[in-house]
Design a protein around this ligand. Structure first.
Ligand code: HEC
Length: 137
């Protein structure tokens, strides 16, 4: 009797843990930064990038745009900057793009774009920037 009771308790606990594990995984998945970035539309982002970002960040995102090359500090090369932030890169990029360099302790030459660009447009730009770093390799 006791063995039966304890084994059904074990099964109940395992079942509960499995449910929690799946719920946790499903709940976390959509909020991972890379999943957000993938949601952006790189085609739309390209237009925004060429209009607002290219002068400083350059056509290939190396920070060597016509204005960018004269700046100190220069805009970072995305392909070397992005990996420094690990999984949080897209979240960090969203913050610096919408709130500006000064908001994250970086150069104020990186302006806040949160007023000119909609949240979805920022994600489009981020997904385009991501394609630039991949084209590089
Ligand atoms: C006036 C020039 C200028 C423009 C225009 C500009 N940026 Fe920047 N950006 C910078 C500079 C300079 C930095 C580097 C700040 C630092 O390192 O302190 C920077 C940094 C960044 C970073 C962070 C990179 C890192 O490694 O920390 C991202 C992301 C970024 N810019 C995206 C954009 C996007 C997207 C646009 C267009 C919507 C844009 N920038 C427009 C000058 C500019």
């Amino acid at each position: 009797m006791t063995t039966y009771k304890s084994s059904s308790l074990v099964r109940a606990v395992i079942g509960l843990l499995t449910v929690l594990l799946i719920a946790g995984w499903v709940g976390l998945a959509p909020s991972t930064p890379s999943a957000w970035a993938v949601k952006g539309n790189p085609e739309a982002g390209k237009k925004t990038y060429e209009q607002f970002c290219l002068p400083c960040h350059g056509a290939t995102g190396k920070g060597d745009g016509p204005t960018g090359k004269y700046l100190t500090p220069k805009p970072a090369d995305y392909s070397t900057s992005m990996p420094q932030y690990g999984e949080k890169w897209a979240e960090y990029y969203f913050k610096i793009i919408s709130e500006g360099g000064a908001a994250v302790g970086r150069s104020p030459l990186m302006a806040p774009w949160g007023k000119q660009l909609k949240e979805s447009e920022i994600w489009d730009v981020i997904s385009y920037v991501e394609t630039l770093t991949k084209a590089d390799k």
